[in-house]
Design a protein around this ligand. Structure first.
Ligand code: 13P
Length: 248
């Protein structure tokens, strides 16, 4: 089955609302594509202006986080229904920065994945190993643990529609990209894990991105791998280069 590539920018904590609108205008023509899905995952405060700024284009908007309750006394949090009402289609869940700095564990992330599906959002579920884990030779054990824990109670049909992003932590923001072989090996391993938990059809349908220092120079080779269905792009999504990555 031919999976459609999905190239998503993760803006992280960058871009004020006015900068966000300016970036959308700068990238508008550069990210045009009929053949891949293009998503901007943006800070919560940028969601409303960015949804407006990309109206009528091929760009879809994602959030970088959500909370597990729909409403109530959770000061500072943003719910799935709020995101949906604002025009958000995707949501990043379990980015290594949230796991590390905000102590989000797999049980909590599993609730977030469930909440995203319940609201009609498509999760982009992140996983990835530290350099220490890679050097110890436990990369695939660790990733399988993350995937299996984060997907408890998620149906095969839901998994078919979602996105998984493999992001080795040592490659994020370091300029040190995983080799094509390393990236493909883990993305393939994730697909095998999905086949084990669910079935071959589910493994064949789920889209698996690579993330970690993706740039205009390495995107084409990474995205040409049989199990890599696009990228989750940090730094390079904030500049004109993102257009080159989309049109790799
Ligand atoms: P960089 O592309 O800046 O390495 O960030 C990757 C990332 O964390 C995307 O979610």
């Amino acid at each position: 089955m031919a999976r459609r590539k999905i190239i998503a920018g993760n803006w992280k904590m960058n871009m004020t609302p006015s900068q966000a609108v300016a970036l959308c205008a700068e990238l508008k023509d550069l990210v045009k594509s009929d053949s891949v899905d293009v998503v901007y995952c943006v800070p919560a405060i940028d969601i409303v202006p960015v949804v407006e700024a990309v109206k009528g284009t091929n760009v879809q908007v994602g959030a970088e986080n959500l909370y597990i309750e729909d409403k109530g006394a959770y000061t500072g949090e943003i719910s799935a229904p709020m995101l949906v009402d604002a025009g958000v289609k995707f949501v990043i869940i379990g980015h290594s920065e949230r796991r590390e700095y905000f102590k989000e564990d797999d049980a909590f992330l599993n609730k977030k994945v469930k909440k995203a599906f319940e609201a009609g959002l498509t999760p982009i579920l992140c996983c990835g190993e530290t350099l220490e884990q890679r050097e110890m030779g436990v990369t695939m054990d660790w990733i399988r643990l993350q995937i299996k824990s984060d997907l408890v109670g998620i149906t095969a049909d839901q998994v078919k529609s979602m996105v998984i992003a493999y992001e080795p932590i040592w490659a994020i923001g370091t300029g040190k990209t995983a080799t094509t072989e390393q990236a493909e090996e883990v993305c393939k391993g994730i697909r095998e894990c999905i086949a084990e938990i669910y079935d071959a059809a589910t493994a064949d349908a789920v889209r698996i991105q690579y993330g970690g220092s993706v740039n205009a120079g390495n995107a084409a080779e990474l995205f040409a791998q049989p199990d890599i269905d696009g990228g989750l792009v940090g730094g390079a999504s904030l500049k004109a280069d993102f257009g080159k990555i989309v049109n790799y």
